[in-house]
Design a protein around this ligand. Structure first.
Ligand SMILES: *Cc1c(COP(=O)(O)O)cnc(C)c1O
Length: 425
């Protein structure tokens, strides 16, 4: 495939090669990123990209669905199995569209939705003002407790009672602690709201049974497929049978046209991979690595939101270090450690240059790194902070990060094993 690309379009080939090299020669800590397997990559790059399949298996609007119907049914069955859900829709193009589809399955424009505010770790699509979800719905936002950095469920209950939302959203994009979906479900019941749970970040941990699943406690569960779940970029909705028709109609024809069948195919492969003991082991190691990294960061004098982590991600509050988030993220990038700047709860700084840094361990764990390497990376991060204006020291960290990458190459079955993925320095 890449040989054809190399022959036909050397310019783009070269850029793909460079990105492959970057991904193998950097310590990737963005918690929403991962490395997919070669099998997922092959399915995603397959001839299924050529097919239009508007509708659902058995009810399509185009002919020629002998194979696509079989593939989508397998993807649905695997999704239902690993998430223990009554119904699965595997067509959403991404997590954002999946969320919008979930809301529109249960509420009308103008109704009230209540989600976690973005600066507190919520996602844009949980009703933040610049997102369409904050414009077509009346959006109420809850936050985390300023003292603990965690949910104060009594406060969320009070807010729900006062505002009587149609939908309460649980789930986050930058919350380092386990979420009590059970309580969110209770609160929703008490106020007569629907409960939509968005597990985009933690779905791999949920499948592995490490974090409690929201499936029994939510009316609709939304997820991406490309974060800890380690599949292709895509989205998915899970729900009880009673909402199946509403969910399906909301995705198509409500929001989308033809599903991306190459992605649906790759989702099926990723779900089979997730349904193995090896994946369970992988997911457990993600959390072990994250906890080890958090402990070392605390030892190095970093403040962590909520004081630590229960999951795959860590949120550093940099205010005591006096380093702006953006400056730190850029210095780390030069040191071959890739993370993202992020708001912290009640951040006094603007979102474009916030006071936090978000880190995560899904990708390094796919490379086979364990607690020792997680602690080593924490030390490298600390040395960048200590030398934030000293470029020679940052270069030294980059050398150490590269060495670590060469000791833990992306496993062979996780990349197309030819020259473009070789480590370059
Ligand atoms: C990543 C994320 C999404 C959005 O997913 P996209 O595929 O980028 O649209 C939605 N919700 C949460 C909680 C996320 O973390």
């Amino acid at each position: 495939m890449l040989t054809a690309l190399e022959q036909y379009d050397p310019q783009i080939y070269e850029l793909v090669r460079q990105e492959g090299a970057r991904q193998s020669a950097c310590v990737r800590l963005i918690p929403s990123e991962n490395y997919v397997s070669r099998a997922v990559m092959q399915a995603s790059g397959s001839c299924l990209t050529n097919k239009y399949s508007e509708g659902y298996p058995g009810k399509r609007y185009y002919e020629g669905q002998q194979v696509t119907d079989l593939i989508e049914v397998v993807a649905q069955q695997r999704a239902r199995k690993v998430f223990k859900a009554e119904h699965a829709n595997v067509q959403p193009y991404s997590g954002s569209v999946a969320n919008l589809a979930a809301y529109l399955a249960l509420a009308q424009p103008g109704d009230t939705i209540m989600g976690l505010a973005l600066p507190h770790g919520g996602h844009l699509t949980h009703g933040w003002k610049v997102s369409v979800t904050g414009k077509i719905f009346k959006s109420m936002q809850y936050g985390v407790s300023p003292s603990t950095g965690r949910f104060d469920y009594d406060q969320i209950r009070d807010l729900a009672k006062k505002n009587r939302p149609t939908i309460i959203i649980s789930g986050c994009t930058a919350y380092p602690r386990e979420i009590d979906f059970d309580i969110f479900g209770q609160i929703a019941k008490e106020v007569g709201a629907y409960h939509v749970s968005d597990i985009a970040h933690i779905s791999g941990l949920v499948v592995a049974g490490i974090h409690k699943s929201p499936v029994p406690y939510a009316d609709i569960v939304s997820t991406t497929t490309h974060k800890t779940l380690r599949g292709p970029r895509g989205g998915m909705l899970l729900c009880k049978a009673e909402y199946a028709e509403k969910v399906d109609k909301s995705v198509f024809p409500g929001l989308q046209g033809g599903p991306h069948m190459h992605t649906v195919t790759a989702i099926a492969v990723a779900l089979a991979e997730a349904d193995t003991p090896e994946f369970g082991e992988y997911a457990r190691q993600i959390v072990k690595n994250s906890k080890a990294m958090a402990e070392k960061l605390l030892e190095c004098g970093f403040n962590l939101v909520s004081g630590g982590t229960d999951n795959h991600l860590i949120l550093i509050d940099l205010r005591n270090k006096n380093i702006p988030g953006k400056k730190f993220a850029k210095a780390l990038d030069r040191a071959r450690i890739v993370a993202n700047y992020n708001t912290v709860p009640n951040d006094p700084a603007p979102p474009a240059n916030p006071s936090g840094l978000r880190l995560g361990t899904p990708a390094i764990t796919t490379r086979g790194m364990k607690e020792d390497q997680a602690r080593q990376i924490a030390s490298l991060i600390a040395s960048v902070a200590d030398n934030i204006d000293k470029e020679s020291a940052i270069e030294q960290v980059a050398k150490e990060a590269l060495l670590l990458c060469s000791q833990f190459p992306v496993p062979d079955h996780f990349i197309i094993p030819n020259k473009e993925n070789r480590i370059i320095s």
